[in-house]
Design a protein around this ligand. Structure first.
Ligand code: UDP
Ligand code: MG
Length: 150
């Protein structure tokens, strides 16, 4: 089953949207297999956003993601990488559809309150930056798994 890495960014935490954001993913019945609050270190931030190094927004991006605690999680489900990004909406909240997390709760692309992996490969890489294998809690069944007999 596919997995993705999601983080509620510091602005999402500070603005009190942890519950609302988690609810969107729970509503879709994605399985939460890991979940924790942490302060992202400089080292983790640089690894996470390595693909953006050298871009104009990179320094402020690193400052932003390390500016307060984030809520990091691993979600599991059918096509969860693309599905979670659909629920998040476009990077620029101006362009994100109403009903998406970014469309509903954010105004600027610099402060778009949530991160989600953009591919299965990125998900594997990002999960390893924030979680160890023994933090994965897959040993329970969600209601959807029970209903589908999985
Ligand atoms: N970002 C920014 N300015 C930009 C583009 C991106 O501050 O012009 C930030 C924003 O927080 C975004 C993150 O950099 O979420 C990573 O950018 P990416 O293009 O990977 O967007 P995402 O995958 O988060 O939708
Ligand atoms: Mg990205």
């Amino acid at each position: 089953m596919e997995r993705t890495f999601i983080a509620i960014k510091p602005d999402g935490v500070k603005r009190g949207f942890i519950g609302k954001i988690l609810q969107r993913f729970e509503d879709k019945s994605y399985k939460i297999v890991a979940l924790k609050m942490l302060n992202v270190t400089q080292e983790q931030a640089k690894k996470h956003y390595a693909e953006h190094e050298g871009k104009a927004f990179y320094p402020s991006l690193i400052e932003y993601i390390t500016s307060g605690p984030v809520v990091a999680m691993v979600l599991e489900g059918e096509n969860v990488v693309a599905g979670a990004r659909h629920i998040m909406g476009k990077t620029n909240p101006d362009e994100a559809d109403v009903g998406t997390i970014r469309g509903d709760f954010a105004q600027a692309k610099e402060y778009n309150i949530v991160h989600g992996s953009d591919s299965v490969e990125s998900a594997k890489r990002e999960i390893a930056i924030y979680f160890s294998e023994d933090e994965m809690c897959e040993n329970y069944k969600t209601m959807l798994e029970i209903v589908m007999g999985q």
